[in-house]
Structure formats: C-alpha cells, structure tokens
Design a protein around this ligand. Structure first.
Ligand code: NAI
Length: 391
C-alpha cells in the first residue's frame, strides 16, 4: 500500500516530470524532483513558478497555496533522498537502455516497499521491468500532457506486476483527483492505440486528395464536435513526435496495415516542417494569409467525419476485443485523455452498430485493403443484436 502521506520521487524534470511533481505537491505530498541536467532543474523551477504565479493572477489560487506547493517540491541533482519515498515515477527520455539503467540504480536506493512506475508512452512495461530485481513492484503510470490539467491516467500492469501493487497504485492516483483506467501492456496502451485513426485516416483522406487539411479539420470540429481538427492537433503535437509514435506503434504491431504511417507526414518531418514549434506544419504560423479557407461543403464534411469516426470506433472495438481494456475504460480514456466529445463505444451505440459495420464494410469493399477490415467483435455484436451499453 502507498500511504496517503507518502513522499513522492519524480525522475526527469522535463514537461511531464514537472507537471507530475506539480500534481503531487498540490495534493499535499512532499516531492523530490530529480534531473540529470542542472539547467533542466532551473528551467523546471522557473516554469513552475511562472505557471503558478498566473494562477494567483487569475485568482484560481492564493499566494499561500502556491508557496505551499513550491515549498513541498525539492529540486534535487541526485537521487540519494529517494530512500524516503513511497512512490517513485520516472519521466525521462524515451530510451529503453537509459530507463533500465535508471531503475537499476534506483532499486539500490529505495525502500523495499516503494512502488516504482514509469510514465513511458511507447516502451513496454515488461521491457523496463527486466532491469529490476523486484519487478512485482513496478508498473506503468501514464499521465497525459499537461499533467495538471488532463484528468486521465492509464495504469498499466506488466506481466510481473503484483496485483496489490496495481490496485493500491490505482487507488492512490485516483486520490489525486484523477480518472484512472487500466489497460494491457501493449503498444500505445489505450489512448495512443485507439486514437491512431484520428490522424492516420485524416492523412489518408488528405493524401487521396478528397479534401485539404483545413476542410478535414473543419469537418471534425463543426460536424463531429471535436475540439481540434487532426491537422491542427498534429501541428501542435509536432510532426516529429506524432510520426515517431505512429511508426513505433506500426512496428510494434508487426506492421499491421491499420497503423501504416503516411508519406505526407514523413515529408513534413524530413523538411523540418514540424508544426507550431517550427512555425510551419500543415498550417503556416508566421503568415496566416497563406492558410487556405476550408471548403464548407456539408455533404463532403459529413463523409469525412463518418469515415474517420467509423475507423476510430472500429479501433475502439478492437481494444475491447483484444482485452486491452473494458468498454467503460476505453470510453473514459478517449474522453479524458484526448478530450473526445463522446466515448467512441457510446457513440457507436447511438449511431447503431449495424450502421457502423455497414460503413466499415463499404470501405473494405471499396479499397480491398486489410486496413479496412471490420473488427470481429463489431460483426459479432451486430449478428447477436447487441449494443455496448445495454439498457
Ligand atoms: P522531456 O524531454 O521534456 O523531459 C525529459 C527530462 O529527462 C529532461 O529534463 C532530461 O534532462 C531528463 N533526463 C534525461 N535523461 C535522464 C537521466 N538519465 N536521468 C535523469 N534525468 C534525465 O520529456 P517529456 O516529454 O517530459 O517525456 C518524458 C517521458 O514521459 C517519456 O517517457 C515520454 O514518452 C513520456 N510522456 C510524454 C508525454 C508528452 O506529451 N510529452 C505524454 C505522456 C508520456
């Protein structure tokens, strides 16, 4: 059990580590935030101070609360203090060897009951745990960016994780005012797996020349109710990052064509058009006059939205079919990890599973590609006249 007043260790003071430290300190925990690079610690501290100062300006927090949070975070350049921690989470560079080396060193310092977690997005929990003498106390605890704002945390037990460690970590993270879901230790866990078609199918529609980026974004926002269109979102995430995740998932799934990356995105990465951060992606962020207006054709928009949503629902069905997560957790994950306007399986029920299957089958008939194969669970549920959320 992780005690309610446990001290928390965070390794890596980058985007995620700093955010997780803020969450833990806001919940009243004493936090050790470690980074191998002193300049990163300074950057992390300055960034946090400025984020919290803004909270005071906006009257969302008092100066006293902010001082409390900052006083509870110890920015440290070594991990010797981690012996006092009840829970340690790692958020360093996404490199298996470096993570393994870090955990092997850490295990020699922490107490025997300390729970160890990784915030990895794309490495397997099993692979990281192989560095530990006691892999039973290790699991994946996957926050979303920005950690203080995003409610979702995926809790991923590895094959060696002790059931009690999993349960108590889940309860503990929930007590941080987070929504937890649990998923199997498979590529992309829940969100990064189920969300692939949001980008992949949008890119495919774009590559086929059915519509331009602005029109596809318009369709997904105006007709679908998504907060951001896929191209705006990829520009925000960065094409280097998004392409890397797609390629990793594609390889990890033994080159399943459902996850095939796109040439259009690869070219953007090669050209250095990484999105917002480089001033240029699918949109031009230096000169807005160069950005095309969407073609606001309702019929075309509906067709685009139906196709992307159908592919997303098919992927959500696969996550349930392959026992990656429960129906409820898949829906919670997409609503709270990537702000989808509705749970995909709830959406499927509302559209009617037969209609979803018909749309999927039409794509398969048109393209004759394995990418468009309807999920067996969807087919079975239609044949049995079932829905995901029965009355
Ligand atoms: P980042 O690059 O912002 O931060 C990584 C930090 O780790 C840097 O401050 C770096 O100095 C430090 N570091 C590198 N090697 C280290 C070592 N050996 N020991 C101690 N510190 C070391 O990276 P970010 O984006 O925060 O990602 C961290 C982890 O979280 C990765 O595993 C990533 O896959 C995962 N993640 C990232 C998300 C995101 O949207 N950025 C979302 C969810 C998970």
């Amino acid at each position: 059990m992780i005690s309610n007043d446990a001290k928390i260790g965070v390794i890596g003071a980058g985007t995620m580590g700093t955010g997780i430290a803020q969450v833990a300190a806001t919940q009243g925990h004493h936090v050790f935030l470690y980074d191998a690079y002193p300049q990163q610690l300074e950057k992390s501290k300055a960034g946090l101070e400025s984020i919290l100062a803004r909270q005071v300006e906006k009257e969302r927090m008092t100066q006293k609360e902010v001082d409390g949070i900052l006083n509870r975070i110890n920015f440290v350049d070594n991990i010797t203090g981690f012996g006092e921690c009840g829970f340690v989470i790692e958020a360093i560079v996404e490199d298996l060897d470096i993570k393994k080396d870090t955990f092997a060193r850490l295990e020699g310092i922490v107490s025997k009951d300390c729970v160890l977690a990784s915030n990895t997005s794309s490495l397997s929990v099993a692979a990281i745990s192989s560095a530990l003498k006691k892999p039973e106390r290790f699991l994946g605890v996957h926050f979303f960016n920005p950690a203080p704002l995003m409610k979702l945390v995926e809790i991923i037990p590895g094959i060696a994780t002790d059931k009690q460690v999993f349960e108590s970590t889940k309860t503990f993270i929930k007590s941080w005012d987070k929504i937890t879901v649990s998923g199997k230790d498979t590529p992309g866990f829940i969100v990064n797996r189920v969300a692939r078609p949001f980008y992949g199918e949008a890119l495919r529609i774009y590559e086929e020349g059915i519509a331009d980026a602005a029109t596809i974004d318009w369709a997904m926002k105006e007709i679908g109710g998504f907060r951001m269109g896929p191209f705006e979102l990829m520009d925000l995430i960065g094409h280097d990052v998004n392409y890397e995740v797609t390629s990793t998932v594609f390889e990890a799934f033994y080159y399943d064509p459902r996850f095939k990356p796109s040439f259009a995105q690869k070219r953007m990465v090669e050209a250095g058009w990484l999105g917002r951060k480089s001033g240029r992606g699918f949109y031009n962020y230096n000169d807005d006059t160069k950005n095309p207006e969407p073609t606001k054709d309702k019929q075309l928009g509906q067709k685009i939205f139906n196709r992307i949503l159908t592919m997303l629902i098919n992927e959500a069905c696969d996550a349930v079919f392959m026992n990656i997560a429960s129906v409820e957790d898949v829906d919670l994950a997409m609503q709270n990890g990537v702000n989808y306007p509705k749970g995909l399986l709830q959406w499927a029920d509302e559209i009617g599973l037969k209609n979803v299957l018909d749309r999927m089958t039409a794509l398969q008939v048109e393209y004759r590609e394995d990418r468009y194969r309807p999920n067996p669970l969807l087919k079975k549920m239609v044949a049995d006249g079932k829905s995901f959320y029965e009355e």
